[in-house]
Every structure is written in structure tokens, then in C-alpha cells.
Design a protein around this ligand. Sequence first.
Ligand SMILES: [Zn+2]
Length: 221
Amino acid sequence: MIYAKVATETQYEYCIRVASACDIDECVLWPFYVNPNGYGTVNNPRPNRKTIFVHRLAFYGKYGRWPTPEGLHRCDNTLCFNPTHIFEGTHADNMKDKAEKGRASKLMGENHPRHKLKEHDVRNIIAAYDPIIGNSAKLAKEYGIARSVVSNLIRGKVWTHLTNREIKHPTAHRRKITASMIAIVLAQYDPKLRNASALGRQLGISFTSVLSIAKGKVTVR
Ligand SMILES: [Zn+2]
């Protein structure tokens, strides 16, 4: 029964399930598709198949209504779908909020010299990141870096030679396998749940790729 549920859960359902049960203060990062602007999206399962922002869907999942007029990130982490980090406001509010936070972070920056990450730090962060518990804030604190840096590492936007390297592997043809995807498979693959196919579907790779990653055959050198 558990197998059937896990294997057939859509990302839409995953978002609602995680968001409605979410009771932590930290950012919860969307582990699946992220659009070019950095927002997680899913397809609405209803007939129109419209694309939905997962932070809006998470708000809906938690509070039973859609954020109006818009759902804005309190945490400025566009990957985050912790519903308690989403507040309602207008586009103008969002711009104002961004400007205020921009000023605040500039002031903070003077007192907080940027920590320079070493290669082993990057590898450790990727290995320690867990999309289910959403520990990016904890990792950021631990390594003395901004949470956005952790997000960018997970998304393969920075340190690309470590985080977003295309793996030369016979099963990697469908989609680039990135270090972030490897981290997600290692965190979520459970042979008892037999969720390799579900994970493969969610990540856009074959279930044999998932199994290869789980067995440690696909690694970032
Ligand atoms: Zn957040």
C-alpha cells in the first residue's frame, strides 16, 4: 500500500503533503523542477494543466485558500515552499520588500566578511543537504555563508565544476545528472519503498539511473 502511494504521488500532491504538515522555521527547498527565474513549479492536475508556482500551492495546501493577490517570500528564497514563509501582497509590496531587504543585507555585509568556501566544504554541503527536512539555513549558518549560496550550490548555479557537472554515464542520456540530483536520490531512495521509478520520474531520469546513483556508481569526481 505504501509502495503504491509513494510510486504514484505527483509533485502537486507532494507539495501539498509536505506543506500542510510543515511546522519548521527553516526554508523548505523545492527538490524538483525550478523555472529559469528560480521558482519551483508543477502542473495543475486539473484539466487545464496550468503551471502553478509551488510556493502558492504550498500556501493553498496549508491554509486552504490561494494567496491574494500574490504569494511573496518572506525569506527571499525563491526555492522555498515553507508556507509560513509566504505572505500575501502585491507586486509593489514585493518590490518594496526586496528594496528594504537589499539595504538591510548590504549593511549586514559590512560586518560579516564573506566566508570563502573550499572545495571540500562544497562537497560536504551537497552531501549534507536534505530537501525533506530543509536544512539549508542550518548549513548556511554552519558554513558562515548566505542561504542563497547554499541554494545556488544545490541548484548547480555556482561551483559548477562540482555541482552541475555532466556525468559521462550510459544511463545519463535523458537528462544531465547533477550533484544535487545525486544528493536527492541518496536522501530519498528507499529500497523498501521501491521508489526508484517515482524518483526517476520526479528528477527526469531513468529508474536505472536512480539505482546506479543509489549504488554509488554515479558520482561527481
Ligand atoms: Zn523560506
